[in-house]
Design a protein around this ligand. Structure first.
Ligand code: AMP
Ligand code: ZN
Ligand code: FE
Ligand code: FE
Length: 280
């Protein structure tokens, strides 16, 4: 059996409700799905209820952005339950940082003649964690760009004219918060770190392992067998475990499917069991 340990719902920047996402996971024949929305656990109760109904396991998670020496990165935090805890207590603050950043994006767009009012963005978002993909969808709907990736290229990404940042905690602090909240921190989509050589990856993995990182997404949509093998070999020498997921976002990332990513992803159950054994 297979699992998917990275997926988004309409509680953040996915287009499916939490229950719909769980339904897709069941249809795909998965034994477990992790709901890992950005900076929110809002979708967990609905997802868990549906998982009970359709007979698959729901792993409660959240994806967090943080900073390291060379920029930003994402940590998928598995087994974070929606209850009080050091990390859970910070999520509202992270979402407040999003709101300040999002209002700045509105101002920057307005300066170049693009009218997107914040209430429109909130309406597009539906859930309590509002992000750039929601702006992307509005830019597509209003005819400024053909698709969301063009919206990131021209407006929302680091080279875009309406790029704005929000305050991020350092990697070591985020990893500490996750561990102290009973969660298992996993480095998401390692290709986005901008590392080039095996030595650069090894330096990063060694440092992150010393902070308490537990896993690395070796199985990710679009990664070849060879990439997966190389990543897994490298991380295991630092005592890190492989994780994997599709990073499904529904219509916000239309080329990805639950469980199978771009068609060839398969994350074996054993990966979940090894990560579960590292819960503190
Ligand atoms: P935010 O969390 O608001 O900073 O937005 C970042 C999110 O936008 C990421 O987590 C991805 O889900 C999505 N994203 C980033 N770059 C792109 C891109 N080039 N095309 C589509 N979605 C993207
Ligand atoms: Zn996202
Ligand atoms: Fe991410
Ligand atoms: Fe993600």
């Amino acid at each position: 059996m297979a699992v998917d340990l990275h997926a988004h719902s309409a509680a953040s920047d996915g287009s499916d409700t939490p229950a719909e996402l769980v339904g897709l996971a069941a249809q795909a024949g998965l034994s477990a799905i992790a709901l890992t929305d950005h900076d929110t656990l809002e979708g967990i109760p609905e997802a868990r209820k549906e998982a009970g109904r359709v007979g698959i396991e729901l792993i409660s998670g959240v994806e967090l952005a943080c900073r390291w020496d060379r920029g930003g990165l994402h940590i998928v935090s598995l087994f974070i339950e929606p209850e009080a805890g050091p990390l859970q207590d910070r999520l509202a603050e992270f979402r407040a940082g999003r709101e300040v950043r999002n209002r700045k994006i509105c101002r920057l767009l307005k300066e170049i003649g693009i009218e997107i009012d914040y209430p429109e963005v909130l309406d597009q978002a539906q859930g309590d964690s509002v992000g750039r993909p929601h702006f992307g969808a509005l830019l597509v709907a209003k005819g400024y760009v053909p698709d969301i990736s063009a919206a990131f290229r021209d407006y929302l990404g680091p080279d875009g004219v309406a790029y704005a940042v929000r305050p991020l905690l350092p990697l070591e602090e985020v990893v500490g918060l996750v561990r102290n909240s009973g969660g298992v921190p996993v480095l998401a989509h390692p290709h986005t770190l901008g590392l080039n050589t095996a030595d650069e990856y090894a330096d990063f993995f060694g440092k992150a392992a010393s902070y308490g990182l537990v896993g690395v997404e070796c199985y990710y949509s679009g990664y070849s067998t060879e990439t997966r093998r190389q990543l897994e070999e490298s991380i295991r020498s630092f005592g890190l475990l492989p994780s994997g997921g599709s990073d499904y976002h529904g219509s916000y990332k239309p080329d990805l499917q639950v469980g199978v990513g771009k068609g060839d992803l398969m994350v074996p159950d054993r990966i979940l069991e090894d990560l579960r054994a590292r819960r503190s």
